[in-house]
Design a protein around this ligand. Structure first.
Ligand SMILES: Nc1ncnc2c1ncn2[C@@H]1O[C@H](COP(=O)(O)OP(=O)(O)O)[C@@H](O)[C@H]1O
Ligand SMILES: [Mg+2]
Length: 173
């Protein structure tokens, strides 16, 4: 597990940018954290790292946004509005099987809504940090803790990406 402490949205996006440069097609990212914690913001950074042009917005209503014009495809999924039974009808497995769609990076917000387990994946947990002793009130709003936790059986798959982040962003640890 890798943990960073960030004090701006630019830092969050810089980490996502760098992660996108080293992730392989077939990677599955579970973005975890409350509303407003920065999950979509993180995916915007991933998009930049993949060379995707144009704005990445929240797929809360579209459910799945397919960004196909970057270095590798980015499938951005938001399950917030769904019940677990509805998630099944989306056939999300087609995004990581590589048969119906070219393999890419699958980034899922609110994967908590799935009642079946995700295949081996990298969980990315975002949460606000409140520093009651700080007098920089405006900066506090931008403070986040971010953790990278490979699922069981995925330690090896994401080892290089996590090591890359750890060495590039040691000043955030
Ligand atoms: N360090 C940070 N990382 C990510 N987002 C931040 C940060 N600081 C402030 N923000 C703001 O928090 C909000 C996060 O919104 P969003 O990414 O849509 O969250 P979520 O997808 O988790 O609901 C945005 O308005 C963003 O500008
Ligand atoms: Mg979101």
């Amino acid at each position: 597990m890798l943990t960073f402490y960030l004090n701006s949205l630019e830092n969050t996006q810089a980490i996502a940018f760098e992660l996108a440069r080293v992730l392989l097609p077939g990677s599955i990212l579970w973005l975890s954290g409350n509303l407003g914690s920065g999950k979509t913001t993180f995916v915007q950074g991933l998009g930049k790292g993949l060379g995707i042009e144009g704005e990445i917005t929240s797929p809360t209503f579209s459910l799945i946004d397919e960004h196909l014009h970057g270095r590798i495809p980015l499938y951005h999924i938001d399950l917030y509005r769904l019940e677990p039974e509805q998630v099944q009808s989306l056939h999300l497995f087609s995004y990581w099987q590589g048969s119906d769609f070219p393999l890419g990076i699958v980034a899922i917000e609110w994967a908590e809504r799935m009642n079946h387990q995700l295949p081996p994946h990298l969980k990315i947990c975002l949460s606000p940090l409140f520093n009651q002793f700080s007098d920089l009130a405006s900066k506090q709003e931008e403070s986040r803790q971010i953790q990278f936790i490979p699922s069981e059986n995925a330690e090896h798959q994401y080892q290089a990406a996590i090591a890359h982040l750890a060495s590039n962003f040691s000043h955030f640890s």
